[in-house]
Design a protein around this ligand. Sequence first.
Ligand SMILES: C[S@@+](CC[C@H](N)C(=O)[O-])C[C@H]1O[C@@H](n2cnc3c(N)ncnc32)[C@H](O)[C@@H]1O
Ligand code: SF4
Length: 467
Amino acid sequence: MSVNQEVIVDIDLLKKYDKPGPRYTSYPTAPHFHEGFDDKSWEEELQKSNANESAPDLSLYFHFPFCDTLCLYCGCNVIITRTPAKIDEYIEYLKKEIDMLASYLPKNRTRKVRQFQWGGGTPTYLTADQIRDIMGYIREQFEFSDGIEAGVETDPRELTYDRLQALREMGFNRASMGVQDFDPLVQKTVNRIQPEEMTRRHFNSLRELGYQSLNIDLIYGLPHQTPERFERTVDSIIDISPERIALFNYAHVPWLKPHQNYFKEEWLPTAETKLRIIKMAIDKFTDAGYVFIGMDHFAKPDDELTLAQQERKLYRNFQGYSPRAGLDLYALGMTSISQTQDVYAQNVKEITTYYQRISEGRLPVFKGYELNREDQIRRWVITRLMCDFELHPSEVEEAFDIDFNDYFAEDLPGLEPFIDDDLVVYQGDVIKVNPLGRLLIRNIAMSFDSYLKREKKEETPTYSRTV
Ligand SMILES: C[S@@+](CC[C@H](N)C(=O)[O-])C[C@H]1O[C@@H](n2cnc3c(N)ncnc32)[C@H](O)[C@@H]1O
Ligand code: SF4
């Protein structure tokens, strides 16, 4: 039974439900991680999970925080620098973190890396030599599987062919490219000048070098965007024809990222304009043959992501949607978040603290979370809803030995407004999100989030808006 991937955009309904909400790249979400879970707790988890003979294979993530200029919308964990020696220094500390982590792995190298990702910041800000150096080191310490999916985030602005070549040589076969918007006024306002011609040139290099499943990142909700102006970007992207497109909702979180205060309120598109932009973009991408995967992702019909969703094998983690489920994620570098079956563990956010911890020979984890049984059940439900847009209560009952309607008796009334508005149906043994409800999947999933119910309304805003 395959998943219905159709999507319908109804602006009035989106307006009605638009409010802050989590993206559910984890459950519980990161604001619930606490410092009672520290490096010692992570050490114990590493020992326990690696002693288990049936431990799953690995997904590895490396965070490279450096960029040469700051994009004023940026919500990522970045360090702006023009000093290559700073990157060398970071690489040396990363190697020490690798040594520490790898020491917990079984000596016979049975836990293979199946998924691999470099993110940032801008990993392609590393020179070709730096890329070969750190990647060579990683490959010595970890066993890579055949058929590994190895992806890297690229920024065309400081990219050179030799860096893409070095990455390819070292085993990368996927790439994602930041574009955001081709409009000159938007680019100037957000401090990111990136001519379309430059983007196309690097995109063609990626193709030439044999990278597969290329992705392009766009953002809607940036200053001065209108449906008419953004349509030109959408048309260009369709013409460039990447296998995947991420169309992120601009997360305006100036209380966390003060540089976003540079944007005057009146420059930002209104909620209504944003909804018209997203409607235009979704209509155009789907008319051009892309499948709306969910949240903010599109993929071509024969892409692994689309096929995994059809077979209900899609999964969600800190990097978004993924076709690989059930791997333990070890995330290295400052701010990175690791995940095993039972635990989330986050590295320190400041580079100086990161260096200090590593110099002391301590794993740089400073907070995390150990899931209890209820968290596990709710994570399962929320993940399936976010990935499949449907939920089969009998599967939850079988996996956790519970009575679904009893267990979620206090949560199910939360679905009623969605059912009344025809966004969701609950019939027989399936809760199904209709094409009209797909864009509101975060809101629908929120019905099963027990932490949200406990949070006080007057607290500082934690999450960005859902649409
Ligand atoms: C960590 S960046 C890596 C790519 C690379 N640094 C670049 O900008 O080309 C990944 C993506 O996050 C997205 N992003 C950054 N800040 C955002 C924000 N405030 N809201 C939504 N998306 C954002 C952008 O689309 C960006 O391409
Ligand atoms: S969007 Fe990318 S390039 Fe721009 S500051 Fe953020 S991480 Fe750096």
